[in-house]
Design a protein around this ligand. Structure first.
Ligand SMILES: Nc1nc2c(ncn2[C@@H]2O[C@H](COP(=O)(O)OP(=O)(O)O)[C@@H](O)[C@H]2O)c(=O)[nH]1
Ligand SMILES: [Mg+2]
Length: 259
């Protein structure tokens, strides 16, 4: 038997997805001869999540933490990580966009020595099955580029990952704002050995996304903070340098000086 795993699932109005998620996760663990627990961290949805988790607890190792004082995906994940019983921890969404069948492959990555294993949409063998509009795809791509400079992986925006408890502790003080808690953890723990595991990112099973324009603004602020942490350079200076370089390259090119 392998090291057991704690799976942290933040939830907000996800009751239609909880049971299918739990069954698929435990079936996948079973098939890989792994064991573990799921911790749902719910921000007081009052949509029947508590009853479903209580019922599932007679069959599986599942727990529910309900937060009433605070809201937000990232801080919910941190709350779950702090209460995890096992030394390998997985973070995943409740809406079945992260295929539960990929959990064992992420765990294997940690067992084989990675500090973090990311469920990646942008490595060979991966894909996006969700019906994303071209705008959502473009939006995701544009947001990914600056994050790739912070962490050397193809999909730093993924919300699906496994890590060791040591990696989590090394990250130290976290500022869990917005959506990108995996990016925050990867940067703050200064991970070098990050494995990327190809996943097929699915469409949302039920319910609606909570990603809003406000979240995107929070993401921009989050990026600025991480750039400061990682390079000690304000993002404004980087953006200005980039703009000057592009303008200079453009002028050189137009004048025909370029090779
Ligand atoms: N606890 C908690 N979970 C949240 C919150 N916002 C989103 N989530 C959960 O985080 C996961 C990803 O959210 P989702 O809205 O699907 O984001 P998207 O996949 O980027 O559109 C889902 O399991 C949500 O239920 C929140 O404020 N609190
Ligand atoms: Mg989703």
């Amino acid at each position: 038997m392998m090291t057991p795993v704690s799976i942290i699932v933040p939830t907000y109005h996800e009751s239609p997805n909880i049971e299918a998620l739990a069954r698929r996760v435990f079936a996948a663990l079973d098939a890989a001869r792994m064991t573990g627990e799921i911790i749902f961290v719910d921000d007081d949805s009052r949509d029947g999540t508590a009853e479903i988790v209580r019922r599932l607890a007679s069959e599986y190792s599942v727990r529910l933490l309900v937060r009433t004082e605070e809201r937000g995906l990232a801080s919910a994940v941190v709350c779950g990580l702090e209460r995890a019983r096992h030394d390998i921890m997985v973070i995943m969404d409740a809406d079945l966009q992260h295929p539960p069948e990929s959990v064992p492959a992420l765990v294997e990555g940690i067992v084989r020595g990675a500090e973090m294993a990311i469920g990646s949409r942008y490595v060979p063998g991966a894909g996006i099955d969700a019906e994303w509009s071209w705008f959502r795809r473009l939006n995701s791509f544009v947001a990914t580029v600056p994050a790739r400079m912070l962490v050397g992986v193809r999909d730093p925006m993924s919300g699906f990952c496994a890590m060791s408890r040591e990696t989590f502790h090394r990250a130290g003080r976290l500022h869990p704002i917005g959506y990108k808690i995996v990016l925050e953890l990867a940067v703050k723990s200064r991970c070098d050995r990050i494995a990327e595991v190809p996943i097929t990112f699915a469409g949302r099973a039920a319910g609606a996304s909570k990603l809003s324009l406000r979240e995107q603004w929070r993401y921009a602020r989050h990026l600025a903070r991480l750039y400061w942490f990682r390079f000690s350079v304000p993002i404004a200076v980087l953006a200005a340098t980039g703009a000057v370089l592009i303008a200079w390259a453009g002028r050189t090119f137009v004048r025909g000086d370029a090779p």
